[in-house]
Design a protein around this ligand. Structure first.
Ligand SMILES: Nc1ncnc2c1ncn2[C@@H]1O[C@H](COP(=O)(O)OP(=O)(O)O)[C@@H](O)[C@H]1O
Ligand SMILES: [Mg+2]
Length: 247
């Protein structure tokens, strides 16, 4: 029971007149690495926002760490980096270190000062994403991919058990994308953080993920990578049209 971190049951969602999710069922167990794939507008971000309580459930049920989401309060256990996180421009007046520290506000307490242990925690998080040496740089001076790493460090600093990433490599070039996914894999396998990753590029993460979910309003497939590999091209093209998603 305690190994089931997220249980999504029969969830549907609509914006005004448009239904974007229908009868979604997904279970996410501790230690797993789930990739959610699907075309643009298929409801991926909406599903994440429902899991994070950022959108209110209209139909169905979501349990987080064994509790109905409506009663769940331990948000510290879940880290989230949204699709548009890397949008600081050069003038933004904060260092990389300060951005990561801002993720610890809850741990530090609103009117208390950061202690040595908090600063160490922030540096450790930066180290885990390979960005330690950028600590004193201005966040706006970094590339999109580097900023994205810093946002992950910010989420990692509060020791989440689960990390939810919405298309984190948009704007990251191919070479750095590989390094980026290696870093995510380390967080999953070595730090034991359960991962939920929305991605366009399943091929790039195929050897790292344990589960795949194919979403396009409906959940067309949810299973392990082996089962996914055994899907036929015909089945796949039903989900996606002609997009290349086989690995
Ligand atoms: N706040 C909103 N209001 C109305 N429609 C929305 C809103 N957010 C998303 N949508 C629509 O819902 C559908 C799913 O969007 P989204 O979950 O962002 O898909 P994805 O992340 O897979 O690209 C799209 O058609 C999108 O235009
Ligand atoms: Mg999206």
């Amino acid at each position: 029971m305690s190994d089931l971190l997220i249980n999504i049951q029969d969830v549907s969602y609509r914006y005004d007149k448009e239904t974007v999710l229908e009868n979604i069922n997904i279970q996410i167990t501790r230690g797993s690495f789930l990739a959610i794939v699907g075309p643009n507008g298929s409801g991926k971000s909406t599903l994440l926002k429902l899991m994070l309580g950022l959108l209110k459930i209209q139909k169905g049920k979501i349990d987080l760490f064994g509790k109905p989401i409506q009663q769940f309060k331990d948000w510290e256990r879940i880290g989230y980096v949204s699709q548009k996180a890397n949008s600081f421009n050069t003038g933004f007046p904060a260092t990389v270190f300060e951005v990561v520290m801002s993720g610890l506000t809850k741990k530090i307490g609103l009117f208390h000062f950061a202690q040595k242990k908090h600063r160490e925690k922030a540096m450790e998080a930066l180290r885990s994403v390979g960005m330690e040496r950028f600590a004193n740089r201005n966040i706006g001076e970094l590339s999109g991919g580097q900023q994205q790493r810093v946002f992950i460090a910010r989420a990692v600093a509060s020791d989440p058990e689960l990390l939810i990433l919405d298309e984190p490599t948009v704007g990251v070039d191919a070479k750095n994308e590989k390094l980026f996914y290696d870093m995510i894999e380390t967080l999953n396998k070595q730090h034991g953080i359960t991962m939920v990753l929305v991605t366009h590029d399943l091929e790039a993460v195929s050897d790292k993920v344990t589960q795949v979910a194919c979403l396009n309003k409906h959940l067309h497939f949810h299973g392990n990578t082996h089962e996914y590999q055994n899907l036929s091209d015909v089945e796949l093209s039903c989900f996606y049209g002609n997009e290349k998603l086989k690995f």
